[in-house]
Design a protein around this ligand. Structure first.
Ligand code: UD1
Ligand code: CA
Length: 442
């Protein structure tokens, strides 16, 4: 097989069983739309081009194409079956330079690049058609792959068209299929719709191949990899499998004390010698450097931890936060778009929003940056080595200089120069002996 390889991702289905305003293939698994998992797998398999087949009027492909260079979209005018859907992308494969096409489904988020490469590899090794099957004890609803004694595929029979005997077959069609360019790909035009559903079935390419003496083989994959998501219960199964894989990958170099309680996103990056305690959630855009410890019940999103950072328990960080080496974040601390330099400490009960904190600064319990005035967000800048006393409110925009000291309970509205001491609170009044009289009155 010479020439370019093309992946065609079928995604024109209505996905009505999701009962959602969001198109089915845009539902996320590990924070990434299902169809983008398939695009990523195709890329990993080394396919040269990708074509999405979508329903008329679909608007979701714009954003997906913008994020996936090299992909294009084709509209299938009416949902007349999987063969008709592949033919909708005719413009992508009729050029002279395409050597093979691999058909994928947009609602198969767990397919891996390795499996796609294996199916394409069978065509590279001389097959005209290579189908991907899976074994299951519950084959109901799937097309059955029928083989002869030599392992050649002789037919794929849809549930509704199968005989009782064929329904006993447990080798099922995943839907993934690689087809060599030339006669096999041209064979798609010969597929008819004389079947129970009156649709043009891609699987009927096998019957045409049989008449023409093509080489047709079957590769197998685990069901977990080829499962389709049709409803939200299956979406949850796919998410669980995604998390299982993510945990296994992370545990190659990091300790998860209770892996099944830790949740990752598709783009989470975890360094070596990291320890993650139970009940931690990694939202989108998190990277954790070597030697960090993420303590229990911590929620991170859009946050970068450099090396040897300690966060939590019960910490939340989001909105473009960055924590340099050796930073310590304790319990009930929320960070939003806060940049902390090396060794800064925020140990308890604090909100830092739109703030920068210099190296080695110490932020006392109950410190709040008042970053929002009801209309706009403002920044708070805290210098290196500064000390903010407990229960202080820093009313932004405000700058606290290097090594400045803010007395506890202060409401700081004016900048504090470097090395200055600022106290902004009511003075204490102490009246000797007045307590008994007060008690009597009560
Ligand atoms: C298909 C296979 C079946 C296989 C099963 C695996 C055929 C004829 N049957 O059956 O052998 O066991 O998948 O899940 O291929 N689509 C379009 N346009 C269409 C029709 C479908 O884009 O006109 C897309 C759907 O959005 C979906 C995929 O193709 O992503 C599969 O279509 P679906 O109708 O669900 O096929 P099945 O009946 O499940
Ligand atoms: Ca289906």
């Amino acid at each position: 097989m010479g020439g370019r390889t093309l992946a065609i991702i079928l995604a024109a289905g209505q996905g009505t069983r999701m009962r959602s305003k969001l198109p089915k293939v845009m539902h996320p698994v590990g924070g990434l739309a299902m169809v983008e998992h398939v695009l990523a797998a195709a890329r990993e398999a080394g396919v040269d081009d990708t074509a999405l087949v979508v329903a008329p009027g679909a608007t979701w492909p714009d954003a997906v194409l913008a994020r996936n260079a090299g992909a294009s979209a084709f509209t299938q005018e009416a949902q007349n079956g999987t063969a008709d859907a592949v033919l909708a992308a005719r413009g992508a494969f009729e050029g002279p330079d395409v050597g093979a096409v691999v058909v994928l489904f947009g609602d198969n988020p767990l397919i891996t690049g390795g499996t796609i490469a294996r199916v394409l590899g069978a065509v590279a090794d001389g097959a005209d058609v290579a189908v991907l099957g899976f074994e299951t004890a519950e084959p109901y609803g799937y097309g059955r792959i029928l083989r002869d004694g030599d392992g050649q595929v002789v037919a794929i029979r849809e549930e509704k068209d199968a005989t009782d005997e064929e329904r006993l077959v447990t080798l099922c069609n995943s839907g993934v299929m690689a087809i060599r360019a030339g006669a096999p790909l041209q064979g798609l035009d010969e597929i008819g719709n004389d079947n129970a559903k009156g649709e043009f079935y891609l699987t009927d390419i096998v019957a045409i191949g049989r008449e023409n003496g093509w080489r047709m083989v079957c590769q197998e994959a685990d069901f977990a990899e080829v499962m389709g998501v049709n409803d939200r219960a299956q979406l949850a199964v796919a998410e669980a499998e995604f998390q299982r894989r993510a945990r296994a990958r992370v545990m190659e170099g990091a300790t998860l004390q209770a892996p099944e309680t830790v949740f990752f996103s598709y783009d989470t990056v975890i360094g070596d010698d990291v320890t993650i305690e139970p009940n931690v959630v990694f939202g989108l855009g998190v990277s954790v450097g070597d030697g960090c410890r993420v303590k229990a019940f911590t929620h991170l999103e859009n946050t970068r931890l450099e090396s040897d950072v300690m966060v939590g328990p019960f910490a939340r960080s989001r909105g473009g936060a960055s924590l340099a080496s050796g930073v310590r974040i304790g319990n009930f601390v929320e960070l939003k778009n806060a940049q902390l330099e090396a060794g800064a400490k925020v140990s308890h009960l604090t909100y830092l929003g739109d703030a920068s904190v210099g190296a080695g600064a110490n932020i006392g319990a109950g410190t709040i940056t008042c970053n929002y005035d009801g209309a706009n967000k403002h920044r708070t800048e805290i210098g290196a080595g500064a000390f903010i006393g407990s229960n202080s409110a820093l009313v932004a925009p405000v700058v606290i200089g290097d090594h400045a000291f803010v007395g506890s309970g202060s409401v700081i509205t004016d900048d504090v120069p470097a090395d200055a001491l600022a106290i902004a609170r009511g003075r204490q009044a102490t009246k000797p002996g007045r307590s008994p009289a007060k008690r009597e009155k009560a």
